[in-house]
Design a protein around this ligand. Structure first.
Ligand code: ATP
Length: 310
């Protein structure tokens, strides 16, 4: 089917995420782990521009590791565009330009943000007019973090992280992100977690195949109190990420010494997220870490999900 083109190009911005809480349960038969997580979308964005074209193509600029991003059907944004075209029976193509700010393989869902942005951009470019629920279904087929990048804000993810429910979060939280030049592969970190758990015998008898986010985490988000949230930050993948990247332990300590309330490895790492009491403290922490030669960024959350710009 061919649709009347509504625009020559569409620009969409989608946020990276931090996992404020990440509980990892047992592994299902299909290889996926049961998750209970709280995502928060933060003010570090991917920009995707979609232009009318006969074929499908993708270009990537920006991040230090942009070279590591595939430009073929392995690219999540390309897969998103093709999935939407198939679902809509659209017979044209699209030229996607991705401007990356979220670190590649950084545990911040940059590829997922690109996929969410590509869905929204192509839907507008092609005049597909899919409902948010239909776009959500397509997003879930692309990856566990993609639905969240579409919605943004603060949300609880269960199942594989893709069953989303909005979480009430009052006010704004200030974070300092410490990024790494070299990424960590998500499958490698999960495999390391399995290895560590096998070694310890943990979960061997009773692996929980369904998990919940602890109530105090949700209460802390509702309170809007950074000190309360700092006490609830937790990531079951952190020990595995630290096992692969022991230097991150020093990054966490350095952040606390510089004035952060608490720190956590985001998702599968290696990005470290440091929660600060307010914007001024966050700026001071960022500046101390930057002066010590670390890549540090001050961001805030929650922010909205994938949105058309301009
Ligand atoms: P995950 O979402 O698995 O936690 P991540 O946030 O750590 O991953 P991403 O930057 O999203 O990291 O991507 C991880 C890998 O996915 C990259 O190393 C790359 O090979 C592949 N990839 C596919 N499409 C993209 C994309 N658009 N941007 C970045 N990486 C992509």
């Amino acid at each position: 089917m061919s649709f009347a083109a509504s625009n020559e190009s569409v620009h969409v911005r989608a946020p990276g995420k931090i996992n404020v809480y990440l509980g990892v349960g047992g592994r299902h038969d299909d290889g996926y782990h049961a998750l209970a997580t709280v995502f928060q979308a933060v003010s570090l964005y991917e920009d995707v521009v979609a232009r009318q074209a006969d074929d499908f193509s993708v270009t990537v600029r920006g991040a230090a590791e942009a070279d590591a991003v595939p430009l073929d059907d392995r690219n999540l944004a390309m897969r998103a565009a093709k999935l939407l075209a198939t679902a809509a029976e659209y017979d044209g193509g699209v030229a996607l330009e991705i401007r990356k700010s979220v670190p590649v393989a950084g545990g911040m869902g940059g590829g997922s943000a690109d996929a969410a942005a590509a869905l929204v951009a192509c839907d507008a470019l092609w005049g597909t007019g899919f409902s948010p629920a239909r776009l959500h279904d397509l997003a879930a087929r692309l990856g566990a973090d993609v639905p969240f990048a579409l919605h943004g804000g603060t949300a609880v993810g269960t199942g594989r992280g893709d069953q989303l429910n909005p979480a009430l979060a009052r006010g704004r939280f200030d974070w300092v992100l410490v990024t790494s030049d070299e990424g960590l592969s998500t499958p490698v970190v999960y495999a390391e977690l399995d290895r560590l758990r096998d070694e310890e015998g943990a979960l061997a008898d009773d692996p929980a195949l369904s998990l919940d986010v602890p109530i105090p985490v949700l209460q802390a988000l509702r309170s809007g109190d950074a000190t309360q949230l700092a006490a609830s930050l937790h990531n079951d993948l952190e020990s595995a990420a630290l096992s692969r990247r022991p230097d991150l332990q020093e990054t966490l300590r350095h952040g606390i010494r510089a004035g952060a309330l608490a720190g956590v490895v985001s998702g599968s790492g290696p990005t470290v997220a440091l929660l600060c009491a307010d914007p001024d403290v966050a700026e001071a922490v960022r500046s101390t870490l930057s002066e010590a030669g670390r890549e540090a960024l001050h961001v805030h959350g929650p922010v909205p999900g994938a949105r058309i710009v301009g």
